[in-house]
Design a protein around this ligand. Sequence first.
Ligand SMILES: [Zn+2]
Length: 448
Amino acid sequence: MAYSAYWNPKNETLPRDDLQRLQLTTLRRLAEWAYANSPFHRTRWEAAGFHPDQLKTLDDLRRIPYMTREEWMASIAAAPLFGDLPATAAENAIRYHLTSGTSGRTPIRVLDGTKDWEWIAEMWCYGLWGFGVRPEDIVYVAFGYGQFIGFWGLHYAAEKIGALTIPGGAQPTEARVKMIVEMGATTVASTPTYALRLWQQASEMGIDLAKDSKVNKLILSGEPAGSIPAVKRQLEEAWGAKCGDTAGMTEVGTIMLFECEKQPGGTHIIEDHYIEEVINPMTEEPVGYGELGERVVTSFGRGFIPVLRYRTKDMVLKVPHTACACGRTGDIYEGGIRGRWDDMKLIRGTNVYPRAVEAIVREYDAIDEFQIYIWRNDIRDEITIKVELKPGREAEWPALGDELRQALADAHENLHFLIERVEPGTLPRFELKARRLVDARPVAVYHQ
Ligand SMILES: [Zn+2]
C-alpha cells in the first residue's frame, strides 16, 4: 500500500507564510487560555505589562516574558504539589509524571488530561511516521514505563499508527534482546546509550542484531547523541538499521523535533504545534539561522500546563527547511540538540562541552564506553577521559590514547586531557540517560 510520506500532509508542507499565520492564531488562543486560567502566567504577565490582546503579529511573541525552570520550581515549592501553573483543576487530570531529576534537582511534576495525551501521542506520530514507521511495523519499546514520561507518548503513537506495539517494561536486557528477535520487531525505541547496551548484550549472547533481527529502524530519544555522526554510524552498523533522532522534554510532555527519513543531519521542528525561538543565552536577543543559541519553546498542545517562551538551556543551531529534500517546511536544528548551555565546564580557562568531547571520542571505533572525569589535583583542575576498549582491540593501545589526547587538545585550545584506560565493564551504563560526566571537584571551592 502506498502511504503519504507525511503524518499530516497539509500542515507539514504548509508554505511558510501560511504556517506563520497558523502559528499566530494558535498562539493567541493559547495566550488567552493561559491568561484566563493559569495564575502563574497571569501574575508574571501583568507585572511585565503584557496582555494577550497585544499579539497582533508573530513578532509580538517577544512581548511575553521568558519562563524559566527556576520560576516553575519555585511555584511548586510555594504551593505543593503542582504550583500555580496548571490551568485547570487537578481532578481533570488522568495522569501524573515527573522529570527524571538528573543532577539532583527538584523534579518538575506534571498533570495531563485526556486531550493532552491525545496531543502527546499525535506529536510522536509526526516523528514515527516521518521516519518511516507504518502499520505493518512491529515496534519494541525498550523503556521502563515508570513515572518518567519518556517513551509513553511514543507507545501510544505506535498504537495510533496501527503498528504492533510491544511494551518492553520491566524486562532485563537479555530478555529484551530475545524478544526483539523472537517477535520480529522492525523498530526499536530507546536512548542511544541503551541501544548500544542492547547490542553489546546481544553480542555476548552470540546474536548479531544486524543479521539475526528484523530491526530496520531505531528511534532514539533522551540524549543528544542521536545526532552525533559517529554515534549514529556506530549504531546503524551494529544494528543494520537506520537511526532516527528525536527530542522531547517532560516540560512539554512529548517531542518537538524529529529526524525524517531523508536524514538531513538534523531534526525538523514541528512548527504547526510549536514556536521554537533561538536566542543568545547571555543577551537574550534572537540569533539568526546558522548561529548557535539557546532554544526557547512555546508549545500549543498542552492545555493543563501552558508553556510559553520556556528557556530550555538546550544548545541548538537552526537552519532553513530547504536544507532537507523531504518537502517539509518546518525548519531544522542541524545536529539536533547539541547539549546544554549549563553543561559547560570551565577547565583552566577553557570551555569544555561534554557533547563536543563525546563527538570526538566516538570517532574512535575501538572505544566501547567512556567517561569524562573532572577533578582537582591540589589547586589545579584536571580533566581525565576514562575509556574502555572493545574486546580484541587492546593492541591499538597506547597509540589510540595518544591520538585521542591530541584530537581533544586540538579542539580545546591545547588543553591537556589525561587519558586513562580502564578495564572492560568498569564504567557505568545507564538505561535512560548516560551519566558520562563526573565533576568530582570539591563543591565549596568550585565556581563555574
Ligand atoms: Zn526532511
